[in-house]
Ligand binder design. Structure first.
Ligand code: C2E
Ligand code: CA
Ligand code: CA
Ligand code: CA
Length: 280
């Protein structure tokens, strides 16, 4: 519009124009990068408090020819806005299946080992999620129980009936659900028992404060207590120090993920790491 004054935007607002141009530029670059095979999954191990590698989380990376490795925070939301997230998810899912097959072939995992994939809201809402997942695992001859779907706590607070139905359908096919960033969404605490959830991951912001005198310890303790009462296993994310791990063990955490154990690694490096550390 050409509206003058007030707070209204003009289409020709130069700032908005630049922002839009930047977004389109990024979107075009993502499309190119998909075609060139520049995206891949990295893997970060999850270890049990009792010992042993119990799983891994797939985290997407973009190996840009001139910009180096680009983290997901710089492109995921644009990919979502421009309808490209499904293609990125398929790349991640194929990398996951490849990894699981490699680990199986070398007898490096038991039947309980699973790999997590992050599912964003728009993917979760998509009617094709189930068939996309099933088609890919069938191609690779992977069991659905080897795939864990991470959805964020905030995704539980929308249309609850719809969310439960979508989750139940995927659960019926054998997929396992984990609730990511737990503790940051508030609203769903009371409803947690209504969802078919196997695991919850305590957000790093609380794990960072678990050694402090303040509320950090109590919040983590409360979340672990709640999860235990619902028979849900608890993961601490972003564990960076040994003291953190020690205190979390005394609080009966089930498993941990974080730089203390390992940073996310490209498939080849993860395989080597897993081989040497699976008894960790
Ligand atoms: P998230 O799912 O909460 O993943 C955890 C993030 O914390 C990852 O960042 C991981 O690399 C980082 N991290 C793990 N341990 C530590 C630690 O000890 N210290 C610190 N400082 N960080 C740690 P990353 O890989 O940059 O991913 C950021 C977010 O992007 C993820 O948060 C997730 O929401 C999203 N994401 C990543 N991969 C995918 C994907 O394939 N699909 C979708 N939809 N989202 C993804
Ligand atoms: Ca996650
Ligand atoms: Ca998280
Ligand atoms: Ca997150």
């Amino acid at each position: 519009s050409k509206t003058k004054g007030g707070n209204s935007y003009s289409f020709y607002d130069p700032k908005l124009q630049t922002l839009l141009e930047k977004q389109i530029e990024l979107e075009t670059d993502i499309v190119r990068a998909i075609a060139c095979g520049e995206f891949c999954a990295y893997f970060q191990p999850k270890i049990s408090a009792l010992g042993g590698v119990v799983g891994a989380e797939a985290l997407i990376r973009w190996h840009h020819p001139s910009k180096g490795v680009i983290p997901p925070c710089e492109f995921i939301s644009i990919a979502e806005q421009y309808g490209l997230i499904q293609q990125l998810q398929n790349i991640v899912l194929r990398d996951i299946c490849f990894l699981i097959n490699e680990l199986s072939a070398e007898n490096m995992i038991d039947e309980f080992f699973n790999v997590s994939i992050n599912i964003s809201q728009c993917q979760f809402n998509s009617s094709t999620l189930k068939t996309e997942l099933l088609n890919t695992i069938n191609d690779f001859d992977i069991r659905s129980s080897q795939i864990k779907l991470e959805i964020t706590e905030s995704m539980l607070s929308g249309d609850i009936d719809n969310t439960i139905q979508q989750m139940e359908e995927l659960k019926e096919k054998g997929f396992i659900f984990s609730i990511d960033d737990f503790g940051t969404g508030y609203s769903s605490l009371a409803h947690l028992s209504a969802f078919p959830v196997k695991e919850l991951k305590i957000d790093k912001s609380f794990i960072d404060k678990v050694l402090d005198d303040g509320s950090g310890f109590s919040i983590v303790q409360m979340i672990i207590g709640l999860a235990k009462s619902l028979n849900i296993s608890v993961v601490a994310e972003g564990v960076e120090g040994l003291e953190q791990f020690e205190i979390l063990k005394t609080m009966h955490i089930d498993s941990i993920q974080g730089y203390l154990i390992a940073k996310p690694m490209i498939t080849h490096d993860y395989l080597a790491w897993h081989k040497h550390n699976r008894a960790l």
